[in-house]
Design a protein around this ligand. Structure first.
Ligand code: SF4
Length: 361
């Protein structure tokens, strides 16, 4: 066995994480859900979402049968909503195309929406005891440091090299849960020891062979990309109030907040009252500017200018696209995190607290 695999398996016994809610199960559905939630999200944030999701949709078929809206409600606040949409779509595909049988190979798992090579490999390892290599962000960091691999890890040449290394250091067999323990140990080392800033090398089982550690160059790996400043976008959110209810609009399926509920949005510089009159059929009083809210996405920054508008008269036909809802009840809907924050800030909502400090008659 490779020195990495031997050392990690030994290390994991006393130092790895053994009590995460999705551990100890070979249920591919539970493994899949945890792996998707853990993409781009920390374990501590994932745990309560995972518990609620499993309570609401305990099986693959229950997820496949649920309306997407119900899935987005449970996902609301976790961010990266395409993950939830892909989970739902993949659940339906498995029910229809695979007769409800979860695919058990990495190659087929990778064909499902939202499942890349590393996630497919992790599911194949944890649910089906297959000998597959993973390469998530934590593993890229460990391998670049351990082998002293310079170059930006997302560049295809470096990424291919890292995949080769990840395969090269796998345990030779899958006997006695070796592959599962090894893979979990790799994830745990990246999350608790070989962390992004100031790794705890003195507690690392790999330090004797780690190039970055031996050469005192830990801070040089992984190579970072020179970051350009994030582009900035601005938008106006219209908080239309009538009889203490707020108007929310369902976003189109494509886009960052696809199928989520938000206040109507307009570009800055557009006259809000005129937009409401002509696009929504709603006459409003003069808008009141509310405090600006800044939100950062991976690829851009959004500055939200909220405006409170009291409705004078209203001929809007809601169809399925609009709802009038108490701001406190809106928190139970599938709304993105900045909208949740906006409602809490401006209506003093604290979970089920229905009091508000704005005059919203
Ligand atoms: S010795 Fe330090 S840099 Fe090298 S793998 Fe361990 S924690 Fe990471």
């Amino acid at each position: 066995m490779s020195p990495i695999a031997t050392q990690l398996i030994l290390w994991h016994k006393d130092h790895g994480r053994h009590h995460l809610p999705w551990q100890g199960s070979r249920d591919p559905y539970a493994v899949w859900l945890s792996e998707i939630m853990l993409q781009q999200t920390q374990v501590n944030t994932v745990i309560p979402y995972y518990a609620r999701f499993m309570q609401e949709f305990p099986t693959l078929s229950s997820l496949a049968q649920a309306p997407l809206d119900a899935v987005l409600v449970i996902w609301s606040g976790l961010g990266y909503y395409s993950r939830a949409r892909n989970l739902h779509l993949a659940a339906r595909m498995i029910m229809q195309d695979y007769q409800g049988q979860f695919p058990d190979t990495r190659v087929i798992l990778q064909k499902l929406p939202g499942i890349g090579r590393s996630t497919a490999a992790a599911i194949a390892v944890f649910a089906f005891n297959k000998r597959e290599a993973i390469l998530d962000g934590n593993v890229k960091r460990i391998l670049t440091r351990y082998f002293g691999i310079a170059g930006y890890p997302e560049e295809s040449r470096i990424k291919n090299l890292l995949w080769e290394k990840s395969e090269e250091v796998l345990p030779v067999t899958c006997r006695e849960n070796q592959i599962e323990t090894y893979t979990q140990a790799l994830m745990d080392l990246g999350a608790t020891v070989c962390i992004r800033h100031t790794p705890i090398c003195k507690a690392c089982p790999l330090q004797h062979n780690c190039v970055a550690f031996k050469e005192k160059r830990v801070d040089q790996f992984p190579t970072t990309r020179l970051r350009k400043p994030l582009p900035k976008k601005e938008a106006v959110f219209l908080l239309l109030m009538q009889h203490q209810k707020l108007l929310l609009e369902k976003r189109p399926a494509s886009g960052i907040w696809g199928e989520l509920w938000c206040p109507p949005e307009i570009k800055t510089g557009i006259d809000a009252a005129s937009y409401c009159q002509h696009q929504l059929g709603i006459t409003v009083q003069s808008p009141i500017e509310l405090p600006i809210l800044d939100h950062q996405f991976t690829h851009f920054k959004l500055r939200i200018h909220p405006q409170l508008l009291q409705v004078v008269s209203n001929t809007l036909d809601p169809h399925n696209k609009f709802i009038w809802i108490k701001p406190s009840d809106a928190l139970e809907y599938a709304i993105p995190a900045p909208v949740r924050k906006l409602l809490k800030q401006n209506f003093l909502l604290d979970n089920h607290d229905t009091s508000n400090h704005l005059n919203t008659n």
